[in-house]
Each structure stands twice: as structure tokens, then as C-alpha cells.
Design a binder for this molecule. Structure first.
Ligand code: NAD
Ligand code: TYD
Length: 353
């Protein structure tokens, strides 16, 4: 026995969003014990959690969610009362290169966790919760107008979004078939500190800093709806505590931007921060071959989350972006450590075309 009111398994807590969720929960809820299970793939980095790693209510357990025996062992050892499931392969371009890795982790891994939760909570479902963190990419693409609501039919186009869509269906199937207490959220693109520099914003920041070409896919006209990662972590906190079982909640920033406009905004911010003459960094922009199956536009209608549970984004994009740039400029070692290893090999392969 222990004195914690809840023991929560967070999967993927060493990644970008997971580390912000772990930090929020560990600091805000000392009565909860947070067990972070992460396989530490190329995207997982324990440096992300340095500031909270010695807190008494935090535990790290290395492990792969597709490893049934390991998951079972942890469920037995900790008697989890809840799961917040973030572990995933998360990058669309990598999913195009190696789709099977996405099926294994995102689909099989999710089912392994669902099975373990079902078996351990059987007959004692009251007060338990399996929270599945998903993406707006399951809805496919929008045209020039309209927004994704929770009723928008699933229509994924990339191996990444197809694997996340499949995992979402499995989560809801475990609710409907076995009565597993589940809740789910589908969020738009996140940005902020500790974001792996293969994704648009940190990749551009890193390349601007190093005077490397800024690879913009196609004409740069694709639109994404950007949310500050700490606002996403707050949304997860809200949905975890107040969300209705069996429901999904869309999370978004009401903040649509064309890729090319973001790249220009970053160039302007960085010219100022690096004391470069205005217009210097924008000369690095290079239009490259488009991503196959590239979704044109994502935009989230987060009204349900706002009206039902009272969440709304807290930060303006320009301010969030500036804070993000500052974090990257002040954490050179973090980025150097990450870009020196396998990321470098991936980068060469991806941008060789
Ligand atoms: P990330 O790639 O930064 O981190 C993923 C983490 O999962 C890493 O720490 C990695 O080591 C771990 N992991 C991968 N495979 C694993 C396995 N088999 N077993 C255990 N751990 C494993 O991803 P992220 O951007 O933080 O995304 C987290 C979640 O949020 C994902 O489920 C993603 O689909 C979802 N999401 C992301 C965004 C976004 O903009 N990044 C938006 C909406 C939803
Ligand atoms: P990304 O950060 O990979 O997120 P997602 O594909 O999940 O939305 O990409 C965001 C947008 O930026 C997407 O439209 C693809 C585009 N993009 C580029 O133009 N160049 C790049 O080097 C990358 C990584 C992305």
C-alpha cells in the first residue's frame, strides 16, 4: 500500500507532449504517483524531465508498449488507477518511409495497453480511466473552409494518421464491448519547448540558426492549426478530470497558419534575436518536392471542450512562438545532443530528394 490517491501510467512521457503532461501532473498533483513508461526511441529523451526526475511522486520505467509481458509486469507492480496514453510514432514523413513501425506501436501497442487495463480493472472499473491521446489528422483534410468537429467522419491519408485512426477505433471498441472506462482527445499541431527538430517549427528554428536551407514542401500553402504544448497539457488535465466516459474531445488553438507564413514569421523573429539584418533568414527558404498525400488544411472546432469543460487556449501564437525560439536559443546543448546522432541520418535521407 502507499499513500497516493491515484497511480497513473503515462506512456510516452519522455517525448515532446508527454514530458509536458508528466511535468504538469507531477507538480500539480503531489497526491498522484506518476509512472512514466517510455521505450526511449529516437524521440524519447529523459533530459526533457530533468527538472522533476527527483520528485517523490515520479517514477520512470523503461519499456515498450508492444511488450505484453513488460506491460503486465508494470500493471501488477503498480496497480494503476488510470492510464494516459501518449506513446506513439508521431512523424508523418517517417510513417511514409517505414509504415510498419507505426502499425506496431500505434495500433498493436494501444491494444496491448487496452487489454492490460481491461484485465486488471475487470469488475472494478469504477473510478478507473484509460485516456487515449490522439490527433486531428484522423479526420483527413479540409478544403478552404469548415472545421473538424467530433462528428466529422474519419478519413486518414497518411500511414501515421491511419494508424492513429485505427487506435482510436480500438479504444472506443474496448469501451463499447468490454465497458472499459475510456476518454479520448484529438488535438491539432502542437508547438513549444522540447519539440523534436524533425517537425516543422523546431526544424526551421534549428536551420535558421545554422544558416541551412529551409525546406518548405510544395508551395507552402498547407494550413495547420497550432496550439502551444502547455495549453494541450492543460486540456489533457481538464479532460482527464472532467471528461465524460466514452466521449472524444477536439482540442485546438483556433489558430490557422499557412506553412510559408509561419516560416516567414520565424525568419523575422530570428533575424531580430540573432541581430541579423531584416530579410537575411528568409533568403534560406527553399521550396522542395511536396509530401505524398499531403493534407491541405487542418482546423479544429474546440467548442465542445470549451462549453462542456471550460477549457480555452491561453497564449497568442506570436508570443508562444517567441517563447519557443528563446527556449531553443537558450538550450543549445539539448539540440546539439539530439541532432548529432540518428536524427542526422534521418535528415540526410529525408531531404536528399
Ligand atoms: P513524440 O514522438 O515527441 O514522443 C513519443 C514518445 O513515445 C517518445 O518519448 C518515444 O520514446 C515514446 N515511444 C515511441 N514508441 C514507443 C513504444 N513502442 N513504447 C513506449 N514508448 C514509445 O510524440 P509527441 O509529439 O509528443 O506526441 C505524443 C502523442 O500525442 C502521440 O500519441 C501523438 O499521436 C499525439 N499528438 C501529437 C501532436 C503533435 O503536434 N505533436 C498533435 C496531436 C496529437
Ligand atoms: P509537421 O510538423 O511534420 O506536422 P504534421 O505533418 O503532422 O502536420 O509538418 C507541419 C506542416 O509543415 C506540414 O504541412 C508539412 C510541412 N513541412 C514542411 O513544409 N517542411 C518540413 O521540413 C516539414 C518537417 C514539414
Amino acid at each position: 500500500m502507499n499513500n497516493y490517491t491515484s497511480t497513473i501510467l503515462v506512456t510516452g512521457g519522455a517525448g515532446f507532449i508527454g514530458s509536458h503532461v508528466v511535468r504538469l501532473f507531477v507538480n500539480k498533483y503531489p497526491a498522484y504517483r506518476i509512472v512514466n513508461m517510455d521505450a526511449l526511441t529516437y524521440a524519447g529523451n529523459l533530459e526533457n524531465l530533468k527538472d522533476i526526475e527527483s520528485k517523490p511522486n515520479y517514477v520512470f520505467e523503461k519499456g515498450d508498449i508492444t511488450d505484453e509481458a513488460r506491460v503486465e509486469e508494470l500493471f501488477r507492480q503498480y496497480q494503476f488507477t488510470a492510464v494516459i496514453h501518449l506513446a506513439a510514432e508521431s512523424h508523418v514523413d517517417r510513417s511514409i518511409m517505414d509504415p510498419l513501425a507505426f502499425v506496431k506501436t500505434n495500433v498493436m501497442g494501444t491494444v496491448v495497453l487496452l487489454n492490460a487495463a481491461r484485465q486488471h480493472w475487470k469488475g472494478q472499473e469504477q473510478g478507473k480511466l484509460f485516456y487515449h491521446v490522439s490527433t486531428d489528422e484522423v479526420y483527413g483534410t479540409l478544403g478552404e473552409t469548415g472545421l473538424f468537429t467530433e462528428e466529422t467522419p474519419y478519413d486518414p491519408h497518411s500511414p501515421y494518421s491511419a494508424s492513429k485512426a485505427a487506435s482510436d477505433h480500438f479504444v472506443m471498441a474496448w469501451h463499447d464491448t468490454y465497458g472499459l472506462p475510456v476518454v479520448m482527445s484529438n488535438c491539432s499541431n502542437n508547438y513549444g519547448s522540447h519539440h523534436f527538430p524533425e517537425k516543422l517549427i523546431p526544424l526551421m528554428i534549428n536551420n535558421i540558426k545554422n544558416n541551412k536551407p529551409l525546406p518548405v514542401y510544395g508551395k507552402g500553402e498547407n494550413v495547420r492549426d497550432w496550439l502551444f504544448v502547455e495549453d494541450h497539457a492543460r486540456a489533457i488535465d481538464t479532460i482527464f478530470h472532467k471528461g465524460r466516459l466514452g466521449q472524444s474531445y477536439n482540442v485546438g488553438g483556433f489558430n490557422e497558419w499557412k506553412n510559408i507564413d509561419i516560416v516567414h514569421l520565424l525568419c523575422n523573429i530570428m533575424d531580430k534575436k540573432l541581430s541579423r539584418p531584416a530579410g537575411t533568414s528568409a533568403k534560406l527558404i527553399k521550396f522542395v518536392t511536396d509530401r505524398p498525400g499531403h493534407d491541405l488544411r487542418y482546423a479544429i472546432d474546440a467548442t465542445k471542450l470549451n462549453k462542456e469543460l471550460g477549457w480555452s487556449p491561453s497564449l497568442q501564437f506570436e508570443e508562444g512562438l517567441e517563447r519557443t525560439v528563446d527556449w531553443y536559443l537558450n538550450n543549445e546543448q539539448w539540440i546539439n545532443d539530439i541532432t548529432s546522432g540518428s536524427y542526422q541520418r534521418y535528415y540526410e535521407q529525408q531531404y536528399a530528394r
